[in-house]
Write a protein that binds this ligand. Structure first.
Ligand SMILES: [Zn+2]
Length: 154
């Protein structure tokens, strides 16, 4: 029995984040550029990496300094050397805020010259945000357990 692999995408207001991102990049070009083919790590084939990404996306506690969370990776190697799209996450009692979308590489994460300058800031309702994360977490906890039992059977 094979375990079907599924990957979650990041969707904001019903629109995949990669489309928002394509539009920000698009303004710099005369030609139509393709939607980026980078992916999240939110795949049932890598529950450990998925849970780690979800922990980053949770962001800091209220009143704590902002942290950066990884969003999209090279679909083949997931390596930082290919660049990882990341975002700054901060939290108040009213909102979880994403700002300063940009590229992370081996040297830096969120330096001014690695930011997508016209990217929109996103504000999320904290309760809705945390509930989306916790739904996703449940998904990967489940698949991690089923992988373990699969391992014993094998
Ligand atoms: Zn790669």
């Amino acid at each position: 029995m094979a375990i079907e692999s599924r990957r979650l995408d990041i969707v904001i207001d019903g629109r995949p984040l990669r489309y928002w991102w394509r539009d920000w990049e698009q303004t710099e070009w005369q030609i139509t550029i393709p939607v980026p083919d980078l992916v999240t790590r939110l795949s049932t084939s890598s529950p450990r990496a998925a849970l780690q990404q979800l922990r980053q996306l949770k962001g800091p506690g209220v009143g704590h300094a902002p942290t950066r969370a990884e969003l999209f990776y090279c679909a083949t190697c997931f390596d930082v050397s290919e660049g990882i799209l990341s975002v700054e996450v901060s939290r108040t009692t009213e909102a979880v805020t994403w700002r300063a979308l940009g590229w992370k590489d081996e040297e830096q994460d969120g330096d001014a010259d690695a930011l997508i300058s016209n990217a929109t800031d996103f504000l999320f309702d904290p309760a809705a945000y945390d509930s989306a994360l916790s739904d996703a977490r449940a998904e990967f906890r489940r698949s991690r357990r089923s992988r373990r039992s699969w391992h014993w059977l094998g």
